[in-house]
Design a protein around this ligand. Structure first.
Ligand SMILES: C[S@@+](CC[C@H](N)C(=O)[O-])C[C@H]1O[C@@H](n2cnc3c(N)ncnc32)[C@H](O)[C@@H]1O
Length: 223
């Protein structure tokens, strides 16, 4: 029994490693169409005017790097997935050499309370194991005047048929797409963690996989 459990755990680890390697390899190609259609513009709009000390969690391959302006005095990027992080390291070296890259997961950040002026989360809260725990941690490291900037794909609340399909497909999708949950109510989770949402836009991510199109973006103050 113990041996079969150990074997199952090994197989699970091997599967996770293989999928992480594969996803990191195809991620930029997979996202090229939605980035071109809207995401690049939305990242730029959300990050325009962002200044001071900034933390971006789950920075992936560095798709937001080009959107950080001159007002950013310190940029820290976290990325727990080793295959993604290798790509992020390369992107940072060429685009933003003074930025720091860390492996820390969003729910356990190695920073004192109130360390950052801005925390950014782009397409990450769908993938973390516990969105509420991650959001509480993001709030902890924000200064009292700080702001959370977010762009996330979410539950299709306005479309019950699509929402039902999101729930049906999520168990398989999570296995293929780095624990991505299609039907999270992330706006509610943001408020549940104590943030006050000041700007919220709901829009379809054009050219994305249909079940991952409903999105929210905006910012919230620490509250
Ligand atoms: C869909 S990708 C988005 C990458 C990037 N933020 C972007 O906008 O392209 C999701 C990212 O969240 C990261 N991630 C997953 N779980 C995480 C966690 N617990 N803490 C921080 N990042 C996490 C993944 O490794 C992956 O890079």
């Amino acid at each position: 029994m113990t041996e079969s459990r150990a074997l199952a755990a090994q197989l699970d680890d091997a599967y996770t490693l293989a999928m992480s390697w594969l996803l990191a390899r195809v991620y930029d190609r997979m996202m090229a169409a939605p980035e071109e259609a809207c995401l690049r513009t939305w990242r730029a709009e959300l990050l325009t005017g962002v200044s001071g000390e900034v933390l971006e969690v789950g920075a992936g391959t560095g798709a937001s790097l080009a959107a950080y302006g001159a007002g950013v005095t310190r940029l820290v990027l976290t990325e727990p997935d080793p295959a993604m992080r290798a790509r992020l390291d390369a992107a940072v070296a060429s685009a933003r050499p003074r930025a720091t890259v860390l492996a820390a997961p969003a729910h356990a950040l190695p920073f004192a309370d109130a360390s950052f002026d801005v925390v950014a989360s782009f397409l990450v809260l769908c993938s973390v194991a516990d969105a509420s725990a991650a959001l509480c941690e993001l709030r902890r490291v924000l200064r009292p005047t700080g702001r959370l900037v977010f762009l996330e794909h979410v539950a299709a609340q306005a479309n019950p048929r699509r929402l039902a399909w999101q729930h049906r497909v999520t168990p398989l999708w999570r296995l293929a797409a780095g624990n991505c949950h299609l039907a999270r109510d992330t706006a509610a989770a943001i408020e549940g963690a104590g943030f006050v949402i000041e700007e919220l836009r709901r829009e379809s991510i054009r050219k994305a996989m249909p079940l991952a199109r409903p999105s929210i973006r905006g910012w919230a103050r620490r509250g």
